[in-house]
Design a protein around this ligand. Sequence first.
Ligand code: FES
Length: 129
Amino acid sequence: MSLALTLRINGQARVVELDDLRTTLLDLLREGLGLTGAKKGCDRGQCGACTVLVDGRRINACLALAASLDGAEITTIEGLAHGERLHPVQAAFLAHDGLQCGFCTPGQIMSAVGLIAEGHGGDDPERIR
Ligand code: FES
C-alpha cells in the first residue's frame, strides 16, 4: 500500500509517494529527497540531531511518521539561507564557533531557530543557553 503526500519543503511544493507507511520524516528527507542536513544520531528522539521545523515548530524528525504530515510546511537546514545570505542563527554559529565536530550542528541551529520562532527566546539568555 502506498500513499501520496503533498508537502511544502523549504518553500517548494512536493508530492511524495510513500511506499512504506512506517517511513519517518527523517528517512524521507534524507533517503527519499536527498536532504541530508538533518542527521540521524540516536534515531530515538533523544539527541536532536534530526530537528526540523514542521509548520514552524520544532520536531524530532526521527519520531515523526511522514504519513501523518500531509499538507505540512517543512523547513530543514537546507532551507534557512537565502542564496549566500545565511540565516542570522547560522551566521551567529559561524561567528562564534558554535560547533564541535559539526554532526549535530544543523539540529542545534534548527532548534534555536524554532525556539525563537515559538516565542521562547525572551530576554533571558540563560533560557536560550
Ligand atoms: S536522531 Fe536523535 S533525536 Fe532524532
